[in-house]
Design a protein around this ligand. Structure first.
Ligand SMILES: [Zn+2]
Length: 213
């Protein structure tokens, strides 16, 4: 995922469909046009029944009021509604509320597929904006509203799964990876990445026999 000036520019994670559908600038209430340095990621459930992502993104475009969010995520469909460096009116904690002023906000459908899709975006946003997992928060923290109502009962396990995915996409390569790749280029296939496991003597014999002609 590539993000520039608060907009997702490149997206190619298989199984997920992404599109930009920014709320029009002419919607002056929903578009705050206030600059933001993202410091939190706030999660919501839309509680909009069977609405599709397309329904919800259309609703965001035309809603006339202080209500907006950055990403709509339903099933495998995702729309970006606002640049990540613009304040969204998501948290219900007032014009100067920290939830509104510092959160990237996600509306996530009430099912497992939507949560799995959202996990990917939360992790990449954490990486892009240097936001620690402790700052991925439920809407409820900011205003007391019971949101995200579907996710809150399993909040801790969901956060744990996001953190695991984040660690996967940010992990540094092992120091020996370059040697493994170099050997593979020489035609010695090693289908194994347990870099810190011991070798048995048998494996050493087999390896030496393969490389010493
Ligand atoms: Zn909410």
């Amino acid at each position: 995922m590539k993000i520039e000036n608060g907009l997702i520019k490149e997206f190619n994670i298989s199984g997920i469909k992404f599109a930009q559908d920014l709320i029009p600038i002419t919607n002056k209430l929903a578009r705050s046009q206030l600059a933001m340095k993202p410091q939190h990621i706030t999660l919501h459930n839309p509680a909009s029944g069977n609405a599709t992502a397309q329904n919800l993104t259309d609703y965001a475009d035309s809603y006339s009021g202080y209500k907006s969010w950055h990403l709509t995520i339903i099933g495998i469909n995702v729309f970006q509604e606002l640049p990540f460096n613009e304040v969204s009116w998501n948290a219900g904690d007032g014009y100067n509320g920290p939830g509104n002023r510092s959160s990237i906000s996600l509306e996530i459908g009430e099912d497992e597929v939507s949560e799995n899709t959202a996990k990917v975006f939360v992790a990449y946003l954490m990486k892009e904006y240097n936001i620690p997992i402790e700052k991925v928060l439920p809407h409820k923290i900011w205003s007391g509203k019971n949101c995200p109502a579907y996710t809150l009962p399993h909040w801790d396990s969901y956060i744990k799964s996001i953190d695991e995915y984040y660690k996967e996409i940010t992990k540094k390569p092992h120091w020996a990876e370059k040697n493994k790749l170099s050997l593979e280029n020489k035609g010695i296939a090693i289908n194994d990445t347990r870099y810190d496991d011991f070798m048995t003597r048998g494996e050493v014999f087999a390896l030496l026999d393969r490389i010493i002609k």
